[in-house]
Design a protein around this ligand. Structure first.
Ligand code: URA
Length: 442
């Protein structure tokens, strides 16, 4: 087989065989295929697309390029949840304990944030002493005894994706549905769960800014799951404005804990309960209605909070910070962003708020950067709320006063106030499963 023939075939709109895709992924991962050849093929895929079969073959090659996690030592059906990334997206911190509190073990491998989207590991590491590194054997044992554990992905999980993603990032080939779908699902399939629940974001703060692209991505991933024998469902959810009130690591942990204590923002809680219900359904705990009421009860009874607290202790974290969130890392500078006129907040762009939090130190501009756990944006007045001139719309948290002006410019650019009350989009837009797309009642 010859890589030039493979590139030419895709350039001319041909369909690659499973063997050709395998030859390419193995060759690129072991270095026998050069970056310039891989770039040419990725660009041909971006332009000409891939069939369902090609996308599935690519996903399986990515899955098999490194370690695959064996979760068979964990009792019961293992359900994973994945979000395509957003601003203020701390759902894992709430959903995983709810599901564990309902008797379904959660063995979650998460990632770090990059750019304006945050990562679960960075959030959890805001808790003093919390470790996201664990030997595989201890991970399995911890999940079996405590019901829940969240750790970082193994270094050798889907190495083909690491190389391909880095190349896509610098060759204008990120935005291709088959490439995104195979990248996400390759890692999910390598992570060992039996079933997968996806939260596919749409809106200005998401990878997929419009609904039709988000639906196409969700459908592609559901089809991959089906082909791989791992039933997958996706909720398509709103990312036009930040999720909840907090954007930034320790601020989001505090919000997640408050939500588990029953004091969550309504839209955020709705999303968490719905994702938890989908995971419980996938684990065959009952109908959607029954699972939703189980999830609600886990929060109202305090059992989900207990599951979170138990996880924190098991991973070396300080439970006092769970009991009293004011003990979490705090920024030394908190700067108010005030309304310059009275009216309704008609726009609160997720992307702008995410960039502001990143500027303040909450996110990474490059993979190697560290994060300031205390930095971020707290939103006092959400989209659709009325504000009086001079009211504090948001608080900017940082350790460095020099970072404030750029962050404030992002918040100003992303916030609009006007006389007319806006109609808020639903937090969950629709559901995609093997039967197709169905509407959703929030
Ligand atoms: N997230 C991934 O893991 N891969 C992509 O290609 C895009 C988002």
């Amino acid at each position: 087989m010859n890589v030039v023939d493979i590139i030419s075939k895709k350039r001319d709109g041909g369909v690659l065989s499973a063997e050709e895709i395998d030859f390419f992924v193995k060759g690129y991962t072991d270095g026998t295929i050069a970056d310039y050849q891989a770039s040419a093929l990725l660009m041909a895929v971006c332009i000409n697309g891939m069939t369902e079969e090609e996308t599935s073959s690519l996903t399986l090659c990515i899955r098999d390029s490194g370690d695959t996690v064996d979760l068979s030592g964990i009792e019961g059906i293992k359900v994973d949840k994945h979000s395509t990334g957003g601003v203020g997206d701390k759902t894992t911190l709430v959903v995983a304990p709810i599901v564990a509190a309902c008797g379904v073990r959660v063995a979650k491998m998460s990632g770090r944030g990059l750019g304006h989207t945050g990562g679960t590991l960075d959030k959890l590491e805001s808790i003093k002493g919390f470790s996201t590194v664990m030997e595989r054997e201890r991970f399995v044992k911890t999940v079996n005894t405590t019901g829940l554990s969240v750790i970082g992905q193994s270094g050798n999980l889907a190495p083909a994706d690491k190389k391909l993603y880095a190349l896509r990032d610098v060759t204008g080939t990120i935005n291709s549905i088959p490439l995104i779908a195979s990248s996400i699902m390759g890692k999910k399939l390598a992570s060992g769960a039996d079933r997968i629940v996806l939260d596919v974001k749409t809106g200005n703060g998401a990878f997929m800014s419009n609904l039709s692209d988000a639906s196409a991505l969700a459908e592609a991933m559901v089809n991959i799951g089906k082909a791989a024998g791992k039933p997958t469902v996706a909720l398509i959810t709103d990312m036009e404005s930040p999720l909840g009130r907090a954007v930034g690591n320790s601020l989001e942990v505090a919000e997640a804990i408050e939500t588990l204590k029953g004091r969550g923002e309504e839209r955020f809680l709705t999303l968490c309960l719905s994702l938890a219900a989908e995971m419980l359904c996938a684990a065959k705990k009952g109908s959607t209605e029954e699972c939703l009421s189980m999830a609600r009860d886990a929060v109202e009874s305090g059992r989900a909070l207990t599951a979170f607290r138990v996880m924190v202790i098991a991973q070396g974290g300080d439970p006092c910070q769970v009991d009293d969130t004011s003990l979490l890392p705090k920024a030394c500078i908190v700067h108010p962003f005030v309304a310059e006129k009275s009216g309704y907040i008609t726009e609160q762009r997720a992307l702008s708020y995410g960039k502001a939090a990143c500027e303040l130190g909450a996110g990474r501009k490059r993979k190697e950067d560290g994060v300031d756990h205390s930095a971020g944006v707290y939103i006092n007045k959400k989209l659709g709320e009325w504000v009086e001139k001079g009211d504090v719309i948001a608080q900017l948290h940082t350790s460095d006063a020099d970072l404030l002006s750029r962050a404030e410019a992002y918040i100003a650019e992303g916030t609009k106030i006007s006389e007319e009350k806006p109609i808020l989009p639903p937090v969950i837009i629709c559901k995609v499963n093997e039967q197709g797309v169905s509407s959703w009642t929030n």
